[in-house]
Design a protein around this ligand. Structure first.
Ligand SMILES: [Zn+2]
Length: 318
């Protein structure tokens, strides 16, 4: 149904039927969730590349949905209840089946404030148990209080934090109708509770927020050893399509995964050697060969700090 309406829209444009108002109505509106096909029965909506604000209704993250023979599995719930209602409407255009499950890749605000819409409609929420640490923390309450002001009226007093109905701890297979979903813990990387979702029948991987695309990542205080392991886990799926937590799907996502991993390994190898030899950071930094990475966006901004953080990390670890 969804595809048909898109095809008709394009047809109308080709036939010159779309005037000003019509083309506005038919044209893409990136500020609203719109279901984009990823693979047969698999869809995503793509958030804006921006910081969350009242103006964009906190539509800054992606979500996905998988249509099985008996129901729909949603992956992440977007950044406000209103967006989740729009996502439900997009799902309803693709299938009459109900949403039976929502899998949360991690409990960051922009991925979870829509959860209550699916919970209230009867879906089972599934997440990694490590998220309880965050949900039970003052930080989560403070964050919600701040969001109720910054994202008003889209996040308000009615918006609540929704815990999972089913907490998983290790690799878990979820069978829904004819569709197998492999849930793999890949934290602590971006968060302690990171989950990746693998669809073996469609060779699609929902990677959550572990992937930086086409740029130098900000390493910060991250545990880069775990991050490398997590990227290896993701690469092990040999996915045909990877849906990141932010930004578009692309055929180059596998290359991006490898680039991020190889960059982290290069930092750990070079800075680890310097720390072991008790070379000064400046000396080690100056003699390191950065040629593979120095043309990447944000190299000038991020590389020296990434190297320094890794040097400190490796000093503690030696
Ligand atoms: Zn995110």
């Amino acid at each position: 149904m969804l595809m048909l309406s898109r095809v008709l829209s394009v047809f109308a444009l080709m036939m010159g039927l779309a005037g000003g108002a019509a083309s506005q109505r038919l044209g893409p509106d990136a500020s609203r969730p719109q279901a984009l096909p990823v693979a047969p029965g698999v869809w995503m909506v793509q958030g804006l590349s921006a910081l969350g604000s009242s103006a964009n209704r906190n539509f800054i993250s992606n979500a996905g949905f998988v249509v099985t023979s008996t129901g729909v599995v949603v992956i992440d719930a977007l950044g406000s209840p209103e967006l989740a209602r729009e996502l439900r409407a997009e799902i309803a255009r693709a299938t009459p089946l109900p949403v039976t499950h929502v899998i949360v890749t991690h409990y960051h605000a922009d991925h979870i404030y829509g959860l209550q819409v699916f919970k209230d409609a009867g879906a089972t929420i599934v997440a990694h148990r490590q998220a309880l640490l965050y949900l039970n923390s003052d930080t989560a309450q403070q964050r919600l209080a701040a969001s109720r002001e910054e994202l008003f009226p889209w996040v308000d007093e009615q918006t609540r934090l929704v815990p999972a109905d089913r907490w998983i701890e290790g690799p878990t297979t979820l069978q829904v109708g004819d569709t197998t979903l492999e849930l793999r813990p890949v934290g602590p990387s971006h968060t302690p509770e990171d989950l990746a979702v693998w669809l073996p029948q469609r060779q699609v991987l929902f990677a959550g927020d572990l992937v930086f695309r086409g740029r130098i990542p900000f390493v910060g205080q991250a545990d880069s050893a775990h991050w490398v392991q997590a990227l290896d886990t993701l690469l092990g799926f040999d996915a045909r399509v990877v849906v990141p937590g932010h930004g578009p799907v692309s055929a180059s996502v596998r290359a991006d995964l490898e680039l991020t991993r190889d960059y982290l390994l290069h930092l750990r190898r070079t800075m680890g050697e310097a720390a072991r030899n008790m070379d000064s950071f400046d000396e080690a930094y100056a003699r390191t060969d950065w040629s593979r990475f120095e043309k990447l966006p944000l190299f000038g901004v991020a590389n020296r700090m990434n190297a320094y953080n890794t040097y400190l990390l490796m000093e503690q670890a030696k």
